[in-house]
Write a protein that binds this ligand. Structure first.
Ligand code: FAD
Ligand code: SF4
Ligand code: SF4
Length: 427
């Protein structure tokens, strides 16, 4: 593996790539599915006993295939925006990266902002991308029709289908599981996804020119981490339910944040609040890769959308609202056009100080990741190659004692195997 951080975004294919097993067992995989899409039938995505979607190689992959996978996998390679974008940005912040505009806003359509996770901004943008003819379809995710607690990748060709995918899906989501087929369609599209999904696709763009040709926009949400499916299963246990009884499993949305609502085929309904869902941090079951995530705030997206709650938590039910971080010129053109067309509504301008207060956990994480990765490397574990994300500069905002504590903690956890995972196998 490469150094923990350099400023160069072009890296050669690794001479000694990690196997899929090594990526998974070292806690670097987030289950995006891109390796499955690249390796075809040789790799299968499985739901593990821990409740994570993971790739399993059905036969040994050759070195060139592994080298290509290591070059795109968001567990082995994480690059920030291209230097030109950083230099040209209206504003560049050490923690928050490039910013063209920062506002609080939401979908203008009351239905979209009600159904959406926060203020429905991403859904409104997805719908506007289609109605304005900028793209032919949107790649995102939605609840599985047959197993509604699970999440599947979705291609939306119309506004109703984009709305179907609205809401946050906290469990595993292999957004890129057939990304190669998506590219093969030969049509312009937009991706709405987690920052790590966008990292993966930006990595692929360095190997496959079709990505930049066809993926016209990438919209991220600011991400606190993806939980295991076992987190969702805990909610079922609370009500004595089985997964095969369900007709609906909505994590949030239908309000901001809205309730975690479960419905069964025989007409029963169960609800818990967002606060109840996340009240006990020991039971968040956030995947290992998220704990060392260098970019959970979508540096590499055209627009990143967040919640707008102080310190990351809702009061009770809040007005529909999002933080909207426009990051690229392309994103700015889209944002302005969406406001002009009446798809988005601006509440007011925001700024770095405010978003840092709203997302204080993200600021803490950005400052901690360099030390965490260093601690893992000292423990002899592979770490991702991270470029262009100012991790060292973020760490410099911590005191040496804080960095030492983060680094030692990660080193010790890594030595005890606490940052790794069991080998991928189906349940
Ligand atoms: C796992 C997770 C962690 C999050 N952590 C934070 C956080 O720490 N801070 C914060 O401010 N916001 C966080 N959010 C984002 C927040 O919940 C909202 O999704 C975001 O503010 C966008 O709101 P919206 O109303 O515009 O979304 P919507 O209009 O409802 O659109 C959401 C879009 O995201 C897509 N999507 C949902 N879940 C996934 C998934 N798992 N993988 C890929 N795509 C998905 C949907 O398909 C949909 O297109 C998180 C979301 C998720 C799913
Ligand atoms: S993060 Fe994505 S590309 Fe990397 S191993 Fe996991 S599923 Fe494959
Ligand atoms: S925290 Fe990072 S790795 Fe985890 S799901 Fe979010 S963007 Fe992906």
């Amino acid at each position: 593996m490469g150094p923990i951080e350099t400023s160069c975004s072009q890296a050669p294919l690794a001479a000694d790539p990690l196997t899929l097993g090594e990526i998974v067992e070292n806690g670097l995989c987030i289950g995006c599915g891109l390796c499955r899409s690249m390796a075809g039938r040789d790799v299968e995505m499985v739901m593990t006993p821990e409740g994570r979607e993971r790739p399993m190689a059905l036969r040994a992959l050759d070195k060139p295939t592994l080298a290509r996978i290591n070059a795109v996998c968001p567990g082995t390679r994480i690059a920030g925006p291209p230097p030109a974008q950083m230099n040209d940005a209206t504003l560049t912040d050490t923690v928050w990266g490039p910013v063209e505009r920062l506002v609080l806003g939401r979908a203008a359509d009351p239905m979209v902002r009600f159904v959406g996770s926060g203020g429905g901004t991403q859904t409104a943008l997805g719908q506007f991308l289609l109605s304005s003819g900028r793209v032919k379809f949107v790649l995102h995710v939605a609840a599985s029709q047959s197993m509604p607690m699970r999440t599947e990748r979705q291609l939306s060709f119309d506004a109703a289908s984009v709305l179907e995918g609205a809401g946050s899906r906290y469990g595993p989501a292999a957004t890129l599981v057939d990304f190669n087929d998506v590219l093969d369609r030969g049509e312009p599209f937009a991706l709405i996804a987690k920052p790590c999904d966008i990292t993966a696709v930006r990595n692929l763009a360095r190997l496959d020119p079709r990505v930049d040709e066809r993926m016209r926009y990438a919209l991220a949400f600011v991400c606190g981490g993806a939980s295991d499916l076992t987190k969702s299963e805990q909610v079922l246990h609370r009500f004595g339910l089985r997964e095969d009884e369900l007709s609906l499993f909505r994590y949030r949305g239908h309000g901001n944040p809205g309730l975690n609502r479960i419905e069964t085929e025989d007409g029963r309904a169960f609800e818990i609040s967002y606060r109840q869902l996340w009240e006990d941090e020991d039971k968040w079951m956030i995947q290992p890769r998220c704990k060392i995530c260098p970019d959970a705030i979508g540096h590499v997206a055209d627009i990143a959308v967040s919640d707008a709650w102080l310190n990351g938590g809702p009061a009770v039910e809040d007005e529909p609202l999002n933080g909207i971080i426009v990051r690229t010129k392309r994103g700015l053109e889209l944002f302005d056009a969406a406001v002009e067309a009446g798809a988005l509504e601006i509440k007011r301008e925001s700024n770095i100080a405010e978003i840092s207060e709203l997302q204080s956990h993200q600021v803490r994480k950005r400052r901690a990741v360099w030390a965490r990765l260093t601690g893992m490397a000292i423990a002899g574990k592979p770490v991702p190659s991270v470029t262009g994300l100012a991790l060292r500069d973020c760490a410099a905002q911590n005191s040496p004692a804080e960095n030492l504590a983060e680094g030692r903690g990660a080193r010790d956890r890594a030595r005890r195997g606490r940052l790794g995972e069991p080998p991928a196998m189906p349940r």
